[in-house]
Design a protein around this ligand. Structure first.
Ligand code: GLP
Length: 263
């Protein structure tokens, strides 16, 4: 596992955006570059920089296929808190050459949510899997909507959200946890770790405990993000504020080994 520590959220975002751009540009194959994407506040800075590069003609999305991590169950696309809406508002609507047919987002209104999740897994497989999955994590370490004690080999499926997650996400629903959907469709931990590379963004003091569990704790379903330790291409991009619970030794190790990456 790599842990790339930057001074702050802005630098973490820039580093991650340029890492992704480099991977897209280096992808010289006829098959598209398959990119997994998250929602939340963590990736907003990355999306801004990807849009800037795309508009400036520095990065093309013409050969990119995307798969989003998750979607609330029961929210229509046009709801301003659906992840479909978020992704179009923050990324897709601003890209000059993203093909709409290359955008994949789980349908939270599917008549048969279980079948929708199976279809999603099949579609990912039809592209030969995901090249790079970018993610964020919740304060309880959930990756996508894989709450604590979700199997580390889980596949795309329907997930119950914990009360804690609904409280945290209620900031987008008028601070009323009751308005946050109780369930979501989400890729599984196994779906994410099947990707060739996984890049997870972790910023802010409130994620410090989760970062320490991900990097220094044992691999455990209690912290589903800890599954990254078993992945051969896992990178965490984080800021200083998120490093507060790492031991000094760990912190110094990654600063030293990744010093050329510091912006
Ligand atoms: C939600 C999403 C996760 C996301 C997490 C953290 O629960 N389902 O995919 O990683 O929030 O969000 P934020 O980046 O806003 O802290």
């Amino acid at each position: 596992m790599r842990v790339v520590i930057q001074d702050n959220y802005e630098k973490m975002s820039l580093w991650a955006a340029h890492y992704i751009a480099g991977k897209i540009r280096a992808h010289m194959q006829a098959r598209p570059f398959v990119l997994g994407l998250p929602t939340g506040s963590s990736p907003i800075g990355v999306y801004k920089e990807l849009v800037r590069m795309n508009k400036a003609g520095e990065l093309s999305f013409a050969n990119v296929v995307t798969f989003n991590m998750d979607e609330y169950l029961g929210l229509p696309r046009e709801h301003d808190q659906s992840y479909w809406y978020f992704m179009h508002d923050n990324l897709f609507d601003h890209l000059v050459d993203m093909k709409p047919e290359n955008i994949n987002i789980l349908n939270g209104m599917a008549a048969d949510p279980v079948a929708e999740c199976a279809r999603y897994e099949e579609k990912i497989a039809s592209y030969g899997g995901i090249d790079l999955f970018m993610g964020g994590i919740g304060v309880d370490g959930h990756l996508a909507f894989n709450e604590p004690y979700t199997s580390l080999s889980s596949r795309t499926g329907v997930r119950d959200l914990t009360t804690d997650t609904r409280i945290v996400n209620s900031r987008f629903f008028g601070n009323d946890p009751g308005k946050v959907p109780a369930q979501a469709l989400s890729v599984g931990i196994g779906t994410v770790t099947d990707s060739k590379e996984v890049l997870v963004l972790i910023s802010g003091h409130n994620k410090a405990r989760a970062l320490a569990a991900t990097v220094e704790g044992g691999v455990s379903q209690k912290w589903t993000c800890s599954a990254l330790q078993m992945h051969n291409g896992a990178i965490i991009a984080c800021d200083e504020a998120a490093c507060g619970e790492l031991t000094v030794d760990t912190y110094k190790y990654f600063l030293d080994i990744e010093k050329k990456e510091r912006l």
